[in-house]
Write a protein of this length. Structure first.
Length: 246
């Protein structure tokens, strides 16, 4: 007998919910279409998509994900609004299955101090060219952070100077520290492609600056909205999931 004690969080409790991420980032759910039953009913389209009771419905959903019958999961969609540094977006947009609209520095000026400042400085991994391992010692890290903040202050002063001189916003932003600037995006994705994103970006070897966003999506939005799907995801796609990054 499958456990049916879990139930989806009511939609109105999730919409508008905002979760803080990194030092100044956040992600909020703007809309969600569908639930676990919508996935099951899509799979039963030939039979008019009617529920056959919690036990049989959940068993079918688990079967679908276990055997990679993924199209029914595309019937559920999530829409987010997210504030993240460019170093995060640089990896996010590689997942071409997301539909995105981004804030533009051509239309609105950037705000002072809206830059990402890491809490720790990770060291380059010895055996992986694209990964990090370990941390810089506290004294050296504090000195680097002070230099980074001074760099931000100087960059923004030059940006402001260019704007006050009448330079177009699209050019003045050249003075800003590129990868650290926070941008706000609106993003939409279906549950199937979201699980693919989560499988890669929640993994322990994912870069911290995107991993924390993936975990926030999973824990605060995906799992409450689709508890059966989340349980199947942890059973068949990411067994032994964890731990949540600090």
């Amino acid at each position: 007998m499958l456990d049916n004690t879990t139930s989806p969080t009511p939609r109105d409790q999730l919409l508008g919910k905002r979760v803080d991420v990194l030092d100044q980032g956040w992600i909020e759910l703007q809309d969600v279409m569908g639930d676990d039953l919508a996935i099951v009913n899509a799979a039963r389209v030939s039979f008019l998509g009617e529920s056959k009771g919690p036990d049989r419905d959940k068993k079918l959903l688990f079967y679908l994900l276990q055997h990679r019958h993924t199209s029914p999961f595309e019937q559920v969609e999530f829409k987010f609004r997210c504030h993240a540094p460019l170093v995060t977006w640089w990896q996010w947009v590689r997942h071409r299955t997301w539909h995105v609209n981004a804030q533009s520095g051509r239309y609105t000026p950037f705000e002072e101090n809206d830059y990402y400042t890491p809490g720790t400085w990770r060291l380059q991994a010895r055996d992986n060219k694209q990964a990090s391992e370990g941390e810089l010692d506290e004294t050296a890290a504090r000195a680097l952070t002070d230099k980074l903040l001074a760099h931000y202050e100087r960059s923004f002063a030059l940006y402001q100077e260019a704007l006050e001189a009448g330079v177009a916003r699209e050019m003045a932003r050249l003075f800003l520290p590129g990868f650290a600037v926070y941008y706000t995006w609106v993003l939409k994705v279906d549950a199937h492609n979201l699980m693919h994103f989560l499988r890669l970006r929640m993994a322990s070897d994912a870069q911290h600056e995107i991993r924390v966003y993936a975990w926030a999506i999973y824990e605060h939005f995906f799992k409450p909205a689709l508890p059966w799907t989340a349980e199947a995801f942890e059973t068949f796609i990411m067994p032994g999931l964890g731990p949540l990054p600090e």
